[in-house]
Design a protein around this ligand. Sequence first.
Ligand code: SF4
Length: 406
Amino acid sequence: MKYWIVTFGCAANEADSERIAALYRSRGYTKARSIKSADDVVINTCMIREKAENRVYGLVHNLSLEKSHGRKVKVVVTGCMVGMAAREKTGKMLSLLAKKMPSVDEFLPIEEVGFDTAPIRSDKKHAWVPISNGCNNFCTFCVVPFTRGREISRPYEDVLNECRDLLSKKYTHITLVGQNVNSYGADLVLGPDNVHVLRDAGKNFFPSEKAAERDIRLFTVGGNGIKPTYVKHLGRLRIPTLFPQLLTDICLLPGLVQLDFISSNPWDFSDDLIEVIAKNSKISRHIHLPVQSGDTALLRKMNRWYTREEYLALIHKLRDNIPGVTISTDIIVGFCGETKEQFDNTVDLVIKVGFTKAYVAMYSDRPITAAHKVYTDDVPHREKKRRWKIIEELINKTNLRAGTYQ
Ligand code: SF4
């Protein structure tokens, strides 16, 4: 029996597909030469934009035509589309999905795949290592907190062991993957329920910064206590994270040449994290730091917890402390109500920072998100395209590379 996996979306989906491949191998399957010769086709889906979702429907439709012409193939759909449907308690969303894609034989929630079998890596030197899944941030445009659920960190020692094992097998480059890597471990330190309170209560979880410092609970790994880093922003202590400590521990493992991570959030990028990167030359000098917009009012509307000035100050700090650091980003143009002046602020920020690369997206209205419920997707498509082209050309087509931020 042979399998074939089609992966849409981000690095997290790539990493999940490697675990799905391992699941198939453990059942005695081998990889098909192409989708045409597979007995099982697994489609790992993405919902971040409507276009990505439509590509899934297109592929399922083509496979159903082949089935109707006599091909025997099992179609399995997994990833974000299934994640969101499976999380909806009434089961209505799952039925709707089944109705939209009647030729699908199985909807597989990714949580059922687990971490028990070592992933089948697509590369011999470089490996993706998931450290967390899900997100607690609820940016108003984003479906991830609904498709992947609340952030759950993998146990610290499991991550270290996976890295150790990879390095013993001559892997040299590791990329740590999560939706929000720099909040890694908050749930391990406080317990998931407390993290929710911390995020949702809108008030200080800790009575004061001093009290938090005093009450800091050491996190125990292999009999040793680790002191979490407390990230502060918008005037309150936000979360305890173990990410800087995890990076430090991985850098100590023999055989590592380069350590990378994706994706990090500007508001959880602590001074401790900058210091750890600066100290460890094995950590990549390229950082992906999604800004999404260069306008503070729009950032608030997006529920992104930093201002334009804070983002620029962070870039400044990174450049001051990590010589040669380069920055890439994600930008959304044409978000609900984005005025020409607000867009100009993004253009101005882009020029000031000098990103080396950007994933530029025209805003795509996604069901279930807060933006879909509360705002109007009112920037005309033609205008979105015009703005997309300007940013795309500024960052990805011209040579702003040197970084002109002062
Ligand atoms: S931080 Fe925001 S954009 Fe990133 S996954 Fe979480 S909700 Fe989505």
